[in-house]
Design a protein around this ligand. Structure first.
Ligand code: ZN
Ligand code: ZN
Ligand code: ZN
Length: 140
């Protein structure tokens, strides 16, 4: 199912209204590479969606809290979630154009779980991991 459709359902289940701004935001995230609130705001206005930047920040925060989008590590850009499960959500991000794709790897999770024993004195609560590379378009 398409991200925007899935996300609208999740918002509805969470008792949130689907405002025209939210719909435009979801469609934008679906078709574009990860964008930060500033760029999302600019792009929405360019498309004639009149909205102030504070609302964009607030709506992005809502989408993040519902797990519908994730932040690209070390940036303000957000990317749509490809899975609807509470598991780990890692991505590979293109260093040239910023395109991102989510992936799942049982082998990676197993290896990271095994690393826990190497952190004596710490209670490991989670991990952040993102791969960097070049997408197909940027290597062509
Ligand atoms: Zn995800
Ligand atoms: Zn993981
Ligand atoms: Zn690329």
């Amino acid at each position: 199912m398409r991200f925007s459709v899935q996300a609208e359902e999740a918002l509805r289940r969470g008792g949130r209204r689907i405002t025209p701004m939210r719909r435009a935001l979801l469609l934008l995230l679906e078709e574009k590479k990860p964008l930060g609130p500033r760029e999302l705001h600019r792009e929405l206005r360019r498309r004639g969606v009149l909205v102030d930047r504070v609302s964009v920040y607030r709506n992005v925060a809502t989408l993040l809290s519902l797990g519908l989008v994730h932040r690209v590590l070390g940036s303000t850009a957000v990317r749509p979630c490809a899975q609807r499960s509470p598991s780990c959500h890692h991505a590979i991000v293109c260093t040239s154009c910023g395109a991102a794709r989510e992936f799942r790897s049982g082998a990676v999770e197993k290896a990271l779980a095994a690393l826990r024993v190497r952190a004596p004195g710490f209670v490991v609560q989670g991990h952040l991991l993102e791969l960097r590379g070049l997408c197909q378009r940027c290597t062509a």
